[in-house]
Design a protein around this ligand. Structure first.
Ligand SMILES: *Cc1c(COP(=O)(O)O)cnc(C)c1O
Length: 374
């Protein structure tokens, strides 16, 4: 069911910032390299079909998803570029892989065999990428198995090798040991690719870089980069900023204003008491919308360009803001919880307060919050 978009609390999507970030990444990697834009997890919470379509229009070459359902939503929205399915799926899901024309990334003989069988049943050819594990220890085959898997794909009438890739666990870290680890992964991967080419294999697109690789390891860019975080506007390596711009703004409105007398307390647990007579604003946004309760009393809410402290415990559906005794705030004014405006908090600030990463903030914005073009 479509959401009622008039809700006071909305995730405003700044497409102009996404466009800016895409152009920035293109400039960094050069015209010969491609961009795969990850739109898994509802486009990191931004709304996958809309942001995917926009990114394609803005010039990204392909998209990637984590589940078949995510791929299906993109195809249903009319997106025709290649869509990489990053993880393995169950054998019984594979009919949808073919009908939605998704490109799997395979990392085991068992998976390749299942894919081959399914392609034969559908009387079609499945184009795919092979993933090689060089240190993430998640998806991907062991390095020593890579050549035999490439041979299996190339020898199969039902499979077609379109790419080969790997993934980095610490490419966003400036610690020397992590830089060395990533450099070693790149070297291992490069050696493998060189060997496969020397053996006469056409590996298709070679790719490895996530946002960290993009920011810190130019020799990991190969034929294509896969930066999610950076394109959504967060710095993968704050010490070496790419100068990207955040795409999401969580915007609510002052839905009620009321006077509070000195000494009166606010919200569950009564953790805040008015030190003086003041006005309190209520915003209809809470932890059920994805603003973690542990952020209580840490946020600076931006209203008409001015910052106001969030006070009292964040509730399921509301939070309160201390507006002071004589604010320049009117009922129904916009109230920014986080967003690209440097005066207010960014999702990266919220992540830092919670000892987590910006991905978790934007992915955590609940489906009941409508995503709207800013
Ligand atoms: C999610 C994902 C990415 C993007 O990572 P960022 O850190 O957001 O740049 C790249 N590659 C794979 C395999 C992923 O799963």
């Amino acid at each position: 069911m479509a959401l009622i978009e008039k809700r006071a609390t909305r995730a405003l999507i700044h497409y102009e910032n996404l466009l800016y970030n895409i152009h920035l990444v293109k400039k960094i990697i050069g015209a010969k390299r491609k961009i795969c834009f990850p739109v898994k997890a509802n486009g990191y919470g931004h709304g996958s079909a809309e942001i995917g379509a926009y990114a394609v229009e803005a010039g990204v070459d392909c998209l990637s998803v984590a589940t078949l359902q995510e791929g299906r939503e993109l195809r249903d929205a009319g997106i025709t570029v290649p869509i990489l399915l990053l993880g393995h799926v169950l054998p019984e899901e594979l009919e949808y892989l073919i009908s939605y024309n998704l490109t799997p990334i395979a990392g085991s003989l068992e998976y390749l065999e299942v894919l081959e069988k399914r392609a034969a049943i559908a009387d079609s050819i499945i184009p795919l990428h092979l993933k090689v594990d060089t240190g993430m220890s998640r998806m991907g085959c062991r390095l020593e198995d890579a050549e035999s898997l490439v041979r299996f794909i190339v020898d199969s009438n039902a499979l077609e090798l379109r790419g080969i890739c790997t993934h980095f666990p610490v490419s966003d870290s400036c610690i020397q040991a992590d830089i060395d680890f990533t450099q070693n992964q790149i070297e291992i991967f490069e050696t493998l690719i060189g060997h496969l080419h020397a053996e006469g294999f056409d590996t298709g697109l070679v790719h490895a870089a996530n946002s960290g690789g993009l920011a810190l390891h130019p020799d990991s860019w190969f034929d294509m980069v896969r930066p999610g975080l950076a394109l959504y506007g967060y710095e993968p390596v704050p010490r070496y900023p790419l100068k990207v711009k955040p795409v999401m703004e969580l915007n609510s409105k002052v839905i009620l204003m009321k006077k509070l007398k000195k000494g009166e307390s606010v919200s569950y647990g009564r953790r805040w008491t008015a030190p003086d007579d003041t006005l309190v604003g209520v915003l209809p946004v809470g932890y059920a919308d994805g603003i973690n309760r542990s952020l209580s009393q840490k946020l600076r809410i931006l209203i008409k360009g001015k910052r106001y402290p969030q006070v009292g415990t964040i509730c399921m559906d509301q939070m309160m803001v201390d507006l002071g005794p004589d604010p320049d705030v009117r009922l129904y004014d916009d109230a920014i919880v986080f967003g690209p405006d440097p005066e207010g908090n960014s999702a990266a600030d919220l992540a830092k307060m919670l000892d987590t990463i910006p991905y978790e903030i934007t992915c955590g914005i609940n489906v009941r919050v409508p995503r709207i073009k800013a």
